[in-house]
Design a protein around this ligand. Structure first.
Ligand code: 5GP
Length: 197
């Protein structure tokens, strides 16, 4: 078991509705030493890629992506949730359905901060059905930029997002993949992965 899986077992709470709460170390209170270790692991996994920018989505991706960006020595951009109806041509736009809140958000990235020569590593905290990721991928592709990799902290492998993204050929690395979880027993099982210290 890797350092992240151990931490999820120790402090993660399984909620009804297939939700894993990790707000004591990742989503609300943040354990910076742990997130630094996560950032180093992403750096190791994507060390061969010519990444020049990190992209994430607000809000919970920002803290993690910041430390990943520092590890790579590149800027970080986050897609913002926008309520305004009149978005002029200055932004790339995607519609994203929130798994946790069941709402549809329009997310935007300014065209100033994403262009065709950018080589992007997308970072997010969770991968469930993949809506957040699909939105970020569509923004990168609309800009004509390249998705060099996708780094996810916790993938819920029993939901289809990871399968769909891998089938499309994107290099997706999830540091912990939850294979199953049980809210009544509080049990969490991980998919076996080879490539992590
Ligand atoms: P997706 O778009 O892949 O369905 O969901 C991804 C987003 O929903 C993540 O950015 C994350 O914020 C949130 N999310 C999905 N599942 C969970 C979960 O089990 N626990 C927590 N804390 N957030 C989740």
């Amino acid at each position: 078991m890797n350092f992240l899986e151990k931490r999820i077992l120790a402090d993660g709470i399984v909620k009804p509705g297939n939700v894993l709460k990790v707000d004591s170390f990742l989503n609300h209170q943040m354990d910076i030493a742990l997130i630094e270790e996560i950032a180093r692991e992403f750096r190791r996994r994507f060390s061969e890629k010519p990444i020049n920018k990190i992209l994430t989505i607000e809000a919970s991706g920002i803290g993690i992506a910041s430390l990943v960006a520092r590890e790579f020595g590149v800027p970080m951009v986050f897609a913002k949730k926008s309520k305004s109806i009149n978005i002029d041509g200055e932004f790339y736009v995607a519609e994203v359905e929130s798994f946790t809140h069941k709402t549809i958000n329009r997310v935007i990235v300014s065209k100033k901060f994403l262009s065709a020569d950018d080589r992007i590593l997308i970072i997010d905290d969770f991968l469930a059905n993949g809506c957040a990721l699909q939105g970020l991928i569509s923004i990168v592709e609309e800009a004509g930029a390249t998705v060099e990799g996708i780094g996810i902290v916790i993938e819920k492998g029993f939901q289809e997002g990871g399968k769909v993204i891998r089938e499309k050929g994107y290099p997706l690395e999830s540091l912990a993949i939850v294979e199953s979880m049980d809210a009544e027993k509080g049990a969490i099982c991980f998919r076996q992965q080879q490539n992590m210290k």
